[in-house]
Design a protein around this ligand. Sequence first.
Ligand SMILES: [Zn+2]
Length: 740
Amino acid sequence: MKRIFLILNLLFLPLLINAQKQPWQGKFEPIDNLITPPSTYRTASGAPGRDYWQQRADYNIKASLDEKTKVLSGEETITYYNNSPDELTYVWMQLEQNVNKKEGESFGDAFGGVRDSISSLNMQYLTRAIEFPAGHTIKYVKNASGKDLKTLVNQTMMKVFLDSPLKSGETTQFQISWSYPITDRSMFMLSREGYEYFPKDDNAVFLIAHWFPRMCVYNDTEGWQNKQFRRLGEFALEFGNYDVEITVPEDHVVASTGSLQNEDQVLSKQQRKRLDEAKKSFDTPVLIITPEEALKNEQSKSSKMKTWKFKAENVRDFAWATSRKFIWDAQAHQFSDHVTMAMSFYPNEGLPVWEEESTKAVVAALEVYSEATFEYPYPVAISVNTSNIGMEFPMISFNGGRPKNGKISDMAKAGMIGTIIHEVGHNWFPMIVSSDERQWMWMDEGLNTFLHQRTVAEKYPQFSHTTPKSIVPFMNGNQDIMRPIMTSSDNELLTQFGANFYQKPTVGLQILRNSVIGKELFDQAFKEYANRWKYKHPNPADLFRTLEDATATDLDWFWRGWFFTTDKTDMELSQVKWFRVEEKDQNIEDQQKKTKIQVEGQDTKTVATDFSGGPEMITMTETPDNNYGGFLSRLDETQIRNNLSGKNIYEVTIKNVGGLVMPVTIEWQYTDGSSETDRLPAEIWRYNEYEITKTFVKDKEVKQVVLDPNFEFADVETANNSFPKTEEASQFDKFKEKKN
Ligand SMILES: [Zn+2]
C-alpha cells in the first residue's frame, strides 16, 4: 500500500506545484450553499416533494368597457383555496395598474436625462403621471355574506384582512368591485397593455391585461410573493378556473383567454359557419372576419353593448383584446386527444403580412414546443397584432410588427414571426411551468427563448437565430455593470436584461445540449423538468437539480460559472510542442543528454511559436521492474516502439484566461489538407483551473491547431485560439503600433 501511495504522490507532484501558483477557486465544488436546500416540498432530485402544495384561486368576473371614457370596470368573486399547511389571517392581492400612479418608481424619469432638446414624447413621461388619473379604484371588498373586509393598499399590493382565520385546507370567498382608466400604450414605457389609438378612423384596439385584482402567490419558499410591481419583474400567479363575462360595444370583436361560451349570441350566422369550417381546416387558416368586413366595421360606432362569455380551466391568468377593427383568421391543429384553434386578430394596418404569417407562426410554436415538452393543452392559441413589443398571457399574446404602406423588410418580418413564436411559447414558460417571474426573469425568458430559437432554426431556417457566438459581445462587455443571471428581475439594467435574462441562459442551454450532455439525453431531461413542474411553481434549484438528476451529469461547475458569475470563456492555446519517439535504442549517455536538453528547454523561456523547428525527439526507456508492482506480465517494448514509430506527438498547453471552465475542442489541420477534432470534457480543469496540458498522438503531421473551431462555447477572443500564433502576433503588432 505504501508503495502505491508513493507512486501516486510522485505522479501528482507536478500538478500540485502548478496549482499552487494561483489560488484554487473551487469551480467544480457543489453549489448547495448557493441554492435552496431540498425539503419534503422540493426533493434533492429536483422534483416536487411528497408534501408539495400550492394555493388555488378561481375567478368569476363581470367586466364592462366604456369606450368613450376608456374606463374598464368590473366585479369579481374569488374563491381561494388554502392548500398550505399554514393558517392565514390576511391575503395579498396585486393591483398592477397602480404602477402608473404618480408615486411609481418611474415617475420623474426624463428618459436619458434633461438635455438641450428633448422630444415631446420623452417630455410627456415627466408630465403624464401628474395629469393621468392612473390606478385601480376599489369600490368595495366584501366577504361571502356581504360584509365589508378591511383592506390596506401599499402601491401595487392590497392586503385583504379576512374576517376569520383561514385554516389549512379551508376555502374562502370574497367579492371585489373595481375600475381603472385604460392607459394610452404609446405614453408608457414598458407598457404591456392599454389601448392603441388610430386617428385615421377614430378607433382603438384595446389590449386588456393585469386588469382585475389578482391573488399573489403564497408558497413554501417566499411566503407571500408580494414584491412590488416595478414594470420589469413580471408576475407570480396561482392557477385556477375562470368564468368571465366581457361587455363591450356591440360591433366589437373580442379575442380572449378561454373558450367562447355564447357563440350564438355574439357571432353572426356567417361567422359561426366560417368558424366551423376553420375547425376542420388543418392546413391553412380560414377568415372568420375578412379585411373588407373589418374596414366596414370601422366606419360606424354602435352605442349598444354585447356580452361575450368565456371559460378557462387551470390557467394562471386571463387577458383579452377588443376592437371593431379586427380581421380574424383561424386554423385547427390536431393533438393526440384534442384540437386547438390557432387564431390571429389584426387590423387592416397589419396586412398583408399578418394574414400570411401570424397563424402559421402560432402553429410552428405549437409543434416544436409540444414536441420538446408536453402537448399544448388549451383549446385556443391566439396572436393579436399591436404596434410594438410582445406580451404573453395564457392562450393569448399581443405581438408587435406591422408593415409600412403594406411593405415589411425581411428583418422586420423575421422580428415579427420571432415575436409571435416567442409569445406563444410563453404558454409553456411561465404560463404552465409557472416560475416566479417577479424574482427570476431568466427562468421563463431564458427557457422560452431557448425553445423559441430552436423553433426559428427548425421552422424558419432562412432567418438567423441565437448561437453561442451571439452572446460574445455581451460576455465581453463592461464588467462594472454586469450582473450574473441569478439576479432578481428588477435589479437588472434596462440596457442589459435582454442579453442577461434571454440570450445568456439560452446559450447556456445550447452549450449543455450540443456540447456537454448531448442532444438526446438533454432533451429528455428538459422534457422531464417541464413535465415535473407543469401547473406548478418551480425554483432555479429545481431546474438545476432536475437537469443533473436526469442526465447523470454533475453540472455544478456549469451552473456556478454561467449562472452565478459574470466570468467569460476565453481559452488561450498558449503552446503546442511537437515530438517524435527515437526510432533506435539509445545508449545511456545519449538518454541523459536528451533529458538534459528537455529540462533546459523548459527552464529557458524560448518557446516555439510554430512547427518550423521540426519535432523534438523523445527517448523511450525500459520500464523499471518495480513500476510493475505485483504484476508478473511485462510490456512488449519493441511492439510499443513500433506502434509509435514515425508518429507525431503533440503536447498542447491551454490557458483559461476568461475564468469560465468549459469543455475543450481541438481541431487538427493536417499538412495534407484534412482535419480532425478531439473533444475533452470540462472536468479536465479540476486539478488546475488556470492551465492544462494534454498530449495527443497523430499519424499525420499538423499544420495548424485551432481551439473551439465551431464557436460552441462563446469564446470571447478567438485570436488566441490557434497555433502557430500568426493571428495573435499580428494583433500584438497592431497593439504595439497603437502604443507607438
Ligand atoms: Zn418573453
